[in-house]
Each structure stands twice: as C-alpha cells, then as structure tokens.
Design a protein. Structure first.
Length: 419
C-alpha cells in the first residue's frame, strides 16, 4: 500500500487531503503537534468526515495513523519511504515544519528512495519558492534540493463548516466538510508521476489558479462580509448576505471584476463563460446554509486582508495592472476599513479591535500607506490609492445620509480601464 504523509491534521488535512488519498487506496500518516488528535488516530485507525451540504452524507476514512510533529526522527522516517507528502498547517506555521522536511529528505536520499513530492495546501502565492528557501536553510551544504524535492503548489477551494466546541470535544476526529472535493495542483512541479487520485486536478499554469482563488473566491468572502456589515448589519450568515437584494448582486459584481482581469491576464485558461460559471458556482456554495459560515468569520482579520498582496488590495492592483474597472472592489477596501463585526459572544476579533482602535483612527491614507503598503512611486499603486480614497469618501457620505453604499450609479472611482 502506498503512503501519504500529511503534515497537519486540521480541517483541510483531515476533511480533504487525507480523505481523498485514503479513498484512493493510500495509507495516510498524519503529522501534528496535537497529542489528542495523534492518540485518537492511532487508537482508532479511522475517522468520519460528515458532509454538510444539500445532500448530507458520511465518509469513513480508513488506514490512518499519526506521528507527533516534534518527533523529528519519526517524521523523517515516514518521509523517507512515502510515495508523496502534503502540508496543511497554515502559511505562518510552514517555517516550523521545514526542519522535519529537511531531515526526511536527507534520510530519503541516504536510503536511495528518490525524490519527494510535497503538495503544499496553504493557499499562498509563491509557496513553492518559500518552501525551497525554507528547507534549504536546514540542509547540508551542497545538498541537491531541487533534485530531491518537488514543491507542488495548489489552489484550495474547499470550505470547512464551523464546528462547535461541544462537537469537537465529543469526538476530536470528527470533521465537517462541504461536498466540493477538487484539489487543483501544479502538474508541472511533480518530480515523480502525479499520484493516481481521482480528485487531483493537475494544471499547467498554476499561477492562474492561485490568482483566481485569491482574487475571486477569497475576495468574494471579503465583498460579502464588508458589504453586509455596512449595508445590512443585522445579517449574521454568509448565505443571508448572498440572498440579500443589494449585498448579493454587489458581491457578484465585485467577483466578476476580478474575473475580467483574470481573463485578460490568462486568456489561454479563462473565458467569460467559464469564469461566469465559476463565480455562480461559488455563490451557490456561499449560500449553503449547512456550512453555518458567518459574516464575522469570513471578514475578520482586516489588517491582513487589506495587505498589499492579499484578496482586496492585491485584487485591485491586479485589476489596475490589467486596465479592468473595479469600483466594487475599491468599495470593498473602503468598507473593510469599517468592519467591526463580532462573534456570538459579542466580541470583536482581537486584531480587528486593535485595528479599529489604533490604526483606522489615523485615517484611510495611513491604512493604505502603512497596512496596504501602497507606494507613491508606483503608478499602479497610486491608481489604487486614489480609487480607495475616493471610495472611502463616498462611503462616509452615504453612511452619514443613510443611503445605500452599494448604489454606484453616480460613483466615478475604480475606473482603471484604458482611456
């Protein structure tokens, strides 16, 4: 039986990657630092994925076990003889797993087992280069890293429903998931043949799909949350926002702005038809009530989401570079600066409270220069800066008069099209 080493036994690791490889006949060895999860995996050797969708069902995931992530020798031994590995730990945690990957590569080479492909399930741009650079720091001088490590980028579109602490406590291995089960990956990055797993969807132009995930899917969540919070603050769930008579259409318009820029940037991959279908499919998934996704969750962590390369400002810079009008995305940035949603306990996300109390009071210009890092000497950055500043003024006026912020019929900002 071939083996996958899945580093990260959280939501994506268990509900998605481990699940599809197990069902394809692989043994799945999870690496994690949560001792409760590791013990439960080793005690049972199986777990359940509960599909929360229009057609609910349960998937039994078998042939699984666990290894503690701090046991470098044990992890290296698993990596030395596995068919393939994957990560799903979150971009911020990736540096912590590089020593284990390096140890595994050294041991693998000593055993003569050939290169190791690592599927990076982190939804980050330039993930492969980050992994090569990070692992290299822990390898002996002269180690043939690029011959031994295939760093495979992905676009993770799967959404994991919210689970209560009560449910998690009752069964630490139970995991919820939506029905969507396609893992888009860079087919050109594998050093060995692409694993025979039906749900893998290898692509030749991975950058196009990473950009699509960030600038349509992730942006869609931001549009939905930030528009709903200002336009209809009584709404709680994303499905309510998508069904709202003004928030839903505005969210779709914003997603289509990115779609048009992506079509211009990647004409061999994307067309008006397939991107319209993609946006409509995403909105149907956002409307899935069984997900239980909230406006608070998809909108929180504003400071990160307004970052230069992130889903809102990053999308605007992409739009401006491809001369694509994006008034709704500019509006999203202005609305995001005013996002003050709270959880079920009435508490703001800690980073958002700090942003609201110490960053936004300095003004929109401060946010765009210091948080979004828009540069005055960059023409694209300056075009985005002017668009968001105009949108910010527009939002302030509309809020003061009680008018809808989503009626852009007389708004002139975000016009990046060529004259």
């Amino acid at each position: 039986m071939e083996k996958l080493v899945q580093i990260g036994a959280g939501n994506i690791g268990r509900s998605f990657v481990g699940q599809i490889f197990s069902r394809a006949g692989y043994e799945v060895v999870f690496v994690d630092i949560d001792q409760t999860i590791i013990d439960a995996l080793n005690d049972r050797g199986r777990y359940v994925v509960e599909i929360k969708d229009r057609e609910p069902k349960e998937i039994l995931v078998e042939n699984v076990r666990g290894v503690h992530g701090r046991d470098t020798e044990a992890v290296a031994a698993e990596l030395a003889d596995c068919r393939v590995a994957a990560t799903a730990v979150g971009p911020a945690a990736l540096p912590y797993i590089y020593p284990n990957l390096a140890a595994g590569l050294v041991r693998r080479r000593q055993a003569g087992n050939g290169p190791l492909d690592v599927i990076i399930c982190e939804n980050m741009r330039n993930a492969a280069e980050a992994m090569y650079e990070g692992v290299a720091e822990h390898l002996p001088v002269g180690f043939p890293l690029r011959e031994m490590l295939g760093a495979v980028e992905t676009s993770i579109g799967k959404m994991v429903p919210i689970m209560s602490e009560e449910v998690r406590a009752r069964d630490p291995l139970l995991i919820y998931a939506e029905a969507y089960n396609t893992l888009i990956c860079d087919g050109t990055a594998f050093l060995r043949p692409v694993p025979d797993v039906p749900e893998l969807d290898p692509q030749r132009n991975m950058k196009a799909y990473v950009d699509r995930k960030l600038f349509i899917h992730n942006l869609g969540h931001a549009l939905c949350a930030y528009f709903a919070h200002l336009e209809a603050p009584e709404l709680v769930y994303t499905w309510e926002a998508v069904e709202h008579p003004t928030v839903g259409p505005a969210t779709r318009e914003g997603m289509m702005e990115s779609a048009r820029a992506l079509i211009a940037a990647y004409p061999d991959e994307f067309t008006e038809e397939n991107q319209r279908e993609h946006v409509d499919d995403l909105l149907q998934r956002f409307e899935n009530k069984a997900l239980g996704d909230t406006i608070y969750r998809v909108g929180r962590d504003v400071r990160r989401k307004l970052g230069r390369e992130e889903r809102v400002v990053g999308a605007l810079r992409f739009d401006a570079r491809w001369h694509t009008d994006a008034p709704y995305t500019a509006l999203c940035a202005a609305a995001g600066m005013r996002f003050r949603a709270t959880d079920e306990s009435g508490e703001m996300y800690e980073n958002d409270r700090d942003f609201a109390e110490h960053v936004y009071p300095e003004g929109a210009e401060h946010v765009l220069r210091e948080v979004a890092e828009l540069r005055e000497d960059d023409p694209v950055d300056q075009a985005v800066f002017e668009a968001v500043m105009a949108a910010d003024e527009f939002v302030g006026e509309r809020l003061s008069t009680g008018e809808s912020i989503l009626d852009l019929s007389d708004a002139g900002f975000g016009r990046f099209g060529e004259e």
